[in-house]
Design a protein around this ligand. Structure first.
Ligand SMILES: *Cc1c(COP(=O)(O)O)cnc(C)c1O
Length: 353
């Protein structure tokens, strides 16, 4: 398939707002292609604009909608870099397959993605910690009622310049664990980035916010004993003798940052294990003085240190101001690779011309 490029004529240079609210600004161009008659067609980089869809479009009724999130960085040496984009596109295909949506050729979409970034390079902010957030997504557009896989889809890539996740600097956040809701069940779609998972999480998130917590710590849906993940981050617990993260059971999103953190920690010689972790174990370790720090991993924040965990009437308390030692070290290592301050020893960076 050929990629069509219809460039917008900009008459003024790109000027980014000073205060970049996450996800509120979009660049001039987007990529879009259609699935119709059993194949992808009309692959085009064109003006970012609204598109028309029938009120009967199946994604609106039956939820065939998936997305991805990754970032492009202006590195300290002036190069443009994307972090492990192959992993995001592979994961999007896994989400598509699970929701009976069409998969795509990763090389073709990667090529479209890099061309789009190249065209939009002036939209990549250059300040430290800033980046261009990349949002690929796919939705069913066929107008029809009745539960079955749709036969028409659109795949888009849109771009949004974003500031650092923590404008006030790298601050630990309080999290809230509840038995009142679950995010995902094993053998369901918890390991897919599908729209419905996030709608399902909003009620618990709102309750956490109302109590002064930043995110929800999810427990497994069956026994409500095992830690799963936090908001849109995977969770790591540093005990005295190991760093542990929940193993991927099918209900947890397999994060690219999680995968990268595991590799770095193993290479640094930490006893890094993927296993079942109960919430009780975390509180017991805390009482025994064996709980050193807790942090989340995800594209948006990269590493997010945890200051507090509340569960029933119990509370784990770390510093409100200072992230743990390992959180800081890992944040620095991964962002140093992203901004080319150190060698990309894993080959994680894809440069864009
Ligand atoms: C996206 C996401 C993550 C983090 O994945 P990354 O690839 O590291 O950004 C973790 N959990 C959930 C539920 C997510 O949606």
């Amino acid at each position: 398939m050929e990629l069509k490029i219809e460039k917008v004529n900009r008459t003024t240079p790109v000027v980014l707002p000073d205060n970049l609210v996450f996800g509120a600004n979009f660049s001039d161009h987007m990529f879009v292609m259609d699935w119709e008659g059993g194949e992808w067609k009309n692959a085009t980089i064109k003006k970012y604009e609204d598109f028309a869809m029938s009120p009967a479009a199946m994604s609106l009724h039956y939820g065939q909608a998936i997305f991805e999130g990754l970032k492009a960085y202006k590195q300290d040496n002036g190069n443009i870099a994307i972090f492990r984009p192959d992993k995001n596109l592979e994961r999007m295909n896994n989400s598509a397959a699970r929701l009976c949506m069409p998969t795509f050729d990763v090389n073709f979409v990667m090529d479209a993605l890099t061309k789009l970034i190249s065209i939009e390079k002036d939209w990549i902010p250059t300040q430290p910690g800033y980046s261009l957030y990349i949002r690929p997504f796919m939705c069913a557009t066929e107008p029809a009622l009745g539960v079955r896989p749709a036969n028409k889809y659109k795949l888009f890539i849109i771009l949004s310049p974003v500031g650092p996740y923590y404008p006030q600097g790298f601050k630990p956040v309080p999290i809230y664990c509840t038995r009142n809701y679950v995010r995902a069940v094993r053998k369901g779609v918890g390991d897919c980035k599908c729209a419905g998972n996030y709608a399902a999480s909003l009620k618990a998130q709102a309750e956490a916010k109302a109590e002064g917590y930043a995110q929800v710590l999810w427990l497994d849906a069956i026994e409500q004993r095992f830690i799963e993940e936090v908001g849109t981050m995977n969770l790591f617990i540093r005990f005295k003798d190991e760093v542990a993260t929940p193993r991927l059971t099918g209900s947890i999103l397999p994060g690219v940052t999680r995968m990268s953190a595991i590799q770095v920690l193993k290479d640094w010689g930490y006893n890094m294990v993927e296993r079942d972790i109960t919430i009780d174990e975390v509180f017991e370790a805390n009482e025994a003085g064996n709980l050193l720090e807790v942090f989340g991993t995800g594209t948006a924040a990269v590493i997010s240190a945890v200051s507090k965990i509340k569960f029933d009437e119990k509370m784990v308390n770390f510093s409100d101001d200072e992230p743990g030692e390992l959180s800081k070290k890992l944040y620095k290592e991964i962002t140093d690779i992203q901004y080319a301050r150190i060698e990309d020893r894993y080959g994680w960076i894809k440069n864009v011309d």
